[in-house]
Design a binder for this molecule. Structure first.
Ligand SMILES: [Zn+2]
Length: 291
């Protein structure tokens, strides 16, 4: 265990709390989270009170960040480690909180990324009806249900739109239609091309965990575009380093890795920090239009 003194040395974000507050309240414009009134008092405790409806709330009440009961500076430190792509087990010597709490924070970061990316995907499908028609119809892409897992594999769709990779759940019928050789393939990640311009990725399951035992830098399937093959190699590499993923959460990891891949040359600490101070999305609100 690190000593307290060491802990102080490795808390690298003493200004984390201020950073998150500035992101939460742009130009210090505070707003009631219930009635949206903008006349807000700050109480001596640091909590906020609405002049109109009298609601008392904290800076991060109702946001992703508000779900975590740990000091905000510690969250900033964790987010820094997360941004660098370090799994919890590798940063355990540099944490000031328990591994369990750190896991909870990482899951929340992933949830925030997931919700943002699902919304972005719906936005682009609304814009590009032709693509939406080929991958959504006749079944709406449903991000709320668990992504499909069949016969010791989990499956998801992969498509490139405007140069960016998007992943999404695919319906069981599509899996059965395109993946007929599942009994014969070795238990490594595999990629299939559909007729609708997207690919289906298959990842092997071991019990209730995804286990990537072998990195395949290239799929042999050259009918698949180069960009998807690059993404696929990146995904396998990232999953390998995560050492097995609970299938309850795998969709969060897939979306996280999609985000990292699309932004691999960029700073992701600040964009994720911005996602964390947004009001937490209720999943029923991000169902596709018409559902
Ligand atoms: Zn109010």
């Amino acid at each position: 265990m690190p000593t307290q003194k060491n802990n102080n040395c490795i808390t690298v974000f003493p200004g984390g709390s201020q950073l998150f507050k500035e992101l939460r309240w742009r130009d210090n414009k505070k707003q009631c989270i219930r009635c949206e009134n903008t006349v807000i008092y700050t109480l001596s405790t640091g909590r906020l009170r609405c002049k109109i409806c009298g609601l008392t709330f904290g800076d991060f009440t109702g946001t992703y960040l508000g779900q975590l009961n740990i000091p905000v500076n510690d969250i900033a430190h964790l987010l820094y480690l997360f941004s660098l792509g370090l799994p919890i087990y590798r940063c355990r010597h540099y944490l000031t909180i328990s591994m369990k709490t750190a896991h909870k924070a990482y899951t929340l970061f992933r949830r925030a990324i997931y919700d943002n990316l699902v919304q972005a995907f719906y936005d682009i499908l609304n814009e590009k009806q032709d693509i939406a028609g080929s991958i959504v119809s006749p079944r709406a892409v449903d991000f709320i249900k668990p992504w499909e897992g069949v016969k010791e594999f989990v499956y998801f769709g992969i498509i490139i739109i405007d140069g960016a990779v998007y992943t999404f759940p695919v319906a069981g019928e599509d899996i059965n239609k395109y993946i007929t050789d599942i009994k014969n393939i070795v238990r490594t990640p595999a990629l299939y091309r559909t007729d609708s311009g997207y690919c289906i990725g298959a990842l092997p399951l071991s019990g209730s965990h995804l286990v990537i035992t072998k990195i395949r830098s290239e799929t042999e399937n050259y009918r698949v575009s180069r960009k998807i093959r690059r993404y696929w190699a990146y995904l396998a590499d990232q999953l390998y380093h995560y050492h097995g993923i609970d299938t309850q959460h795998y969709h969060l990891y897939i979306k996280e890795i999609e985000y990292r891949f699309n932004n691999r040359a960029k700073d992701i600490f600040h964009p994720i920090a911005e996602m964390l101070v947004k009001p937490m999305v209720k999943h029923e609100l991000i169902l596709p239009a018409g559902k």
